[in-house]
Design a protein around this ligand. Sequence first.
Ligand SMILES: CSC[C@H]1O[C@H](OP(=O)(O)O)[C@H](O)[C@@H]1O
Ligand SMILES: Nc1ncnc2[nH]cnc12
Length: 295
Amino acid sequence: MSDQFQPVIGIIGGSGIYDIDGLEGREWKRVFTPWGEPSDEMLFGTLGGVRCVFLPRHGKGHPLPPSALNYRANIDALKRSGVTDVISLSAVGSLRAQLPPGHFVIVDQFIDRTFAREKSFFGPGCVAHVSVAHPTCPRLSDAAEAAGQEIGLPMTRGATYLVMEGPQFSTKAESELYRAWGCDVIGMTNMPEAKLAREAELCYASVAMVTDFDCWHPDHDHVTVDQVVKVLQGNAEKARALVKALIPRIGAPRGACPAGCDRALEYALITAPEKRDPALLAKLDAVAGRVLNAA
Ligand SMILES: CSC[C@H]1O[C@H](OP(=O)(O)O)[C@H](O)[C@@H]1O
Ligand SMILES: Nc1ncnc2[nH]cnc12
């Protein structure tokens, strides 16, 4: 069918995942964006014939903390590289006894408590309001769940991720508060990443890997990086296996996203064409070219 296209899969690797193996024709390349520099070069290649682009979220060797990430550049660089579907891999703390370290969680909701980050591609000169009522793509999340089941990962589908600014871990009172709010896991990176992916009309799914019980748990008074890293070393291999099982499930030619992630900007722009700032429009070429060029 003419409206079918070949998806390109973007993989954002979180803490402990700075590379992925198994890609054919591997090539690390720097991608320039109007929003500044992405976290690092991106790895281009194919897996079973499916084009993939991998970005280490914190840079190779983890030089960048969550608040210093250029989330806009990262999402723009993926979009500009032709990516249509983004799989985010993240380390998280658990706020629930039934989600122990080593467990995988397909996140479907977020509470965004970050406050020191650029959260939108839009602004003065081109205002847009997209819906993030359902911030992740159900089609991609279904595929991630099925891939996890296929390789026997301990996995829960559906969870609320509290996104904190960091870089310090939570106080016990905060951890208890987030539990009372109904949150299941906690981390520092998936927002504004997921919001920006939506603005860029990218399908986005979040696979979170539990590394610790945060500090609310009576038997785990503190979170420490060495504890997190120890669990990550086991999880990173499982995450790579998940990616390998997932790509064939989402790599076939497909039509439009049934949930509409790829049409998020259709009714989101509110600034009158004559009031739009040409400089901002130029920066939005990759992210919003589909709707801006159609106008
Ligand atoms: C090393 S633990 C804290 C760190 O790990 C998580 O990052 P990511 O989502 O990229 O795996 C968490 O959000 C913190 O940034
Ligand atoms: N307990 C925790 N809090 C915030 N981010 C985390 N990443 C991994 N564990 C975390």
